[in-house]
Structures are given as structure tokens and as C-alpha cells.
Write a protein of this length. Structure first.
Length: 112
């Protein structure tokens, strides 16, 4: 009887630990990325929905061959997901005008 009482007491003590509810939430950040590639690394001016950004393009060769992610990350514009009007100007000349839709966590690469 004593052994049964000790075993029952031990089981109650073991199940009594860690009582409570825990809440963990995680997920992807609500952002989208935009990068530009061209044959040579050049400085460009990008207008996204009226906001201006000065960035450099990533060389097409480096991007196609082995996807230089670090080089792309340094020249990435972070936006809210959705539809955007994009206008790219290089050396004072309008190079590209596009309307793009970018989803959450999508990294869109535009070739110039």
C-alpha cells in the first residue's frame, strides 16, 4: 500500500509541472522585395508609387551564373506587397516603366 501511495504521489507531482497555456506566433514578414539586373553595375533612380530610391543594378552575368544573393540584397528595395507602378531612370533617361504585382516574401528581379 505504501508503494502505491508513493507511486501515485510521484505521478501527481510529475504531471503538475508546466501547467498553463503557452502562445507562440510566427510567420513571414509582410514585405516584398524588388531588385534590378543589367549587363553592367550601374546606378539607377527608381520611382515606386512616387517614392524615389537610388540603387545600383546587379550584373546579369553574376545573377544568372550563381545567383549572388549578397550582391542582390545590398541593392534591394523592400516594399509592401501589392500592385506598384515602377519607373526606372538611368543617366537621366527613362529606361523602364512597369506595373507589377508582388506577393508577400516574393523577390521580383527586373532585367533592364
Amino acid at each position: 500500500m505504501k508503494k502505491l501511495f508513493v507511486a501515485l504521489f510521484g505521478a501527481v507531482m510529475m504531471t503538475g509541472c508546466g501547467v498553463g497555456s503557452y502562445s507562440i506566433s510566427s510567420g513571414k514578414a509582410d514585405e516584398a522585395m524588388l531588385s534590378f539586373v543589367s549587363p553592367d553595375k550601374t546606378q539607377i533612380s527608381v520611382s515606386v508609387d512616387g517614392n524615389n530610391y537610388d540603387v545600383y543594378t546587379v550584373k546579369t552575368k553574376a545573377w544568372r551564373k550563381d545567383r549572388k544573393i549578397k550582391k542582390t540584397a545590398q541593392n534591394t528595395i523592400v516594399l509592401a506587397p501589392g500592385k506598384h507602378d515602377i519607373e526606372v531612370t538611368m543617366d537621366g533617361n527613362k529606361v523602364c516603366t512597369k506595373k507589377v504585382f508582388i506577393s508577400t516574401q516574393e523577390h521580383k528581379v527586373i532585367e533592364l
